[in-house]
Write a protein that binds this ligand. Sequence first.
Ligand SMILES: *Cc1c(COP(=O)(O)O)cnc(C)c1O
Length: 302
Amino acid sequence: MANLISVMGHCRRRGSQVILGQECHLNIYEQGGVAQIAGVHSHPLSDLPQGTLDLNELERALTRGFGSAYHPVCELVCLENTHNIAGGRVLPIDYLRQVRLLAHAHGARVHLDGARLMNAAVALRVPPAHLVEHCDSVSFCFSKGLGAPVGAVVGGSKDFIEEAWRLRKALGGGMRQAGVLAAAALVGLDEAEEVLPRDHENARRFAKGLQELASPICSVNPATVETNMVLVHVAGLPPTELCQRLQAVSAEEVAQTGRAVRVLLFPWTGRSVRAMWHRDVSAQDTELALRKWEFVLRQLEP
Ligand SMILES: *Cc1c(COP(=O)(O)O)cnc(C)c1O
């Protein structure tokens, strides 16, 4: 809803256009709400591996049919930081600056889906405010790495937020009892500086550990692990089966290792799984997960 409100706040005219990455959350996980509810037309561009857009392609999309009565009017560019599908990759600050310059030069604004903005800030060791300097609005989740049970916020100029309040009400998002949710979100914010670097460190350690197992079944590139996610490429069996094996506990595991560990993971694509760290996954859990992974892989290898 935070993203939808932001798009609606920037795209007041039905049929106006938003440019975004094909693999971004807004494009694939939000029910096409910007079309369904806001009457906004999406122009998806292909994403580069780091979760960025090609700036030449972006400029072409921004300038196509400019001023023509045939083309939709482009009002907005949406970015995502960190980029989920890319594996929690962090957008470079200079890229953010260049997108803002391009968008503003062509009469469009920039919205940042910053669901994991705090992870990006921690990874770059800059204050989060530094990452939104180049954006006209931002959405942010308390329920991801920050660990609150629910909640998101929209940030923007005073006028923009006034309109956002109206839109939220119209979308059924008004809430009189938000205080108890805000309390949990504040705990998440207060502890982010301590929790997030630990999550990143655990993810990095896991990626390196998995690489050291040198298994033909699972491969990972530790250099791409920038925040709290690790994408693992899986060969030789479907990712869903790997996830099932990591979740199951067998008598053999107990006999061989003296442990009974369940690792819960998400099959990500047809050839990869996603491992994710948050405040309730400790360094010790990470080590146990790695040992379980080793046990499963050794069983599968010829
Ligand atoms: C989680 C998330 C959102 C918000 O999704 P909800 O399911 O509506 O909470 C938006 N963008 C990104 C990148 C996310 O990861």
